[in-house]
Design a protein around this ligand. Structure first.
Ligand code: COA
Length: 170
């Protein structure tokens, strides 16, 4: 029987999840029946949080979401297009913050298309208020005790406090 659900994958490092990511997920949920938030397991990249910690923060951040049944939280390794095929996804969602994102995103989308014709890359514009946010910038602010409220979900802020003691003074 044909799978009628429109499943999209939102892949990334999510080290950690930011409100910019949440904004893209919310937009994706308006278009697709299910959105899989897929944390890339990438041993080649040094991360602050383990994949399990990242998954846990994402789960907690969406634990009381009104559309919870449409959100799947998972991790993957290897090629994204293989994972997409395995999950019967019709689309890969990517967030576009500024022109600077375009070049690498364009390259990635074209490579993914070359690798698989079964999945389309969909670019969603991040809300203007999140355009300057990235996981790295939030980590840098937190490392030196800067307040990250309003830039990342509360469970992320709590977990950051474990890593960066200076944040506890806020
Ligand atoms: N709001 C806030 N920040 C955002 C954002 C948004 N809407 N969209 C992206 N970002 C930030 C991320 O926080 C991250 O910040 P950082 O560099 O400070 O950590 C940065 O932009 C990169 O985003 P991310 O989505 O995490 O990219 P990535 O390069 O880590 O992962 C994958 C991209 C997972 C899609 C890609 O590496 C992949 O598919 N890998 C699997 C292997 C594969 O198939 N390769 C071939 C594909 S060409």
């Amino acid at each position: 029987m044909e799978n009628k659900e429109r499943i999209a994958i939102y892949p990334g490092s999510f080290d950690p999840l930011t409100n910019g990511h949440v904004d893209i997920i919310e937009r994706g949920l308006k278009i697709f029946d299910k959105v899989i938030i897929a944390v890339l397991y990438n041993p080649a990249k040094t991360a602050l949080f383990s994949v399990d910690e990242r998954l846990d923060m994402i789960r907690k951040s969406f634990s009381s979401h009104s559309n919870q049944s449409s959100i799947i939280i998972d991790s993957f390794g290897g090629l994204l297009v293989d994972y997409a095929r395995q999950k019967n996804a019709v689309a890969i969602i990517r967030g576009m913050r500024a022109i600077s994102d375009f070049e690498s995103e364009f390259q990635m989308a074209l490579m993914n298309r070359r690798l698989s014709r079964d999945v389309q890359t969909i670019f969603l514009m991040t809300g203007l208020r999140w355009i300057f946010i990235s996981s790295s910038i939030i980590k840098e602010v937190a490392r030196f005790g800067g307040d990250i409220s309003g830039m990342a979900p509360h469970p992320v802020k709590c977990k950051m406090k474990e890593k960066f003691p200076l944040l506890n003074e806020k």
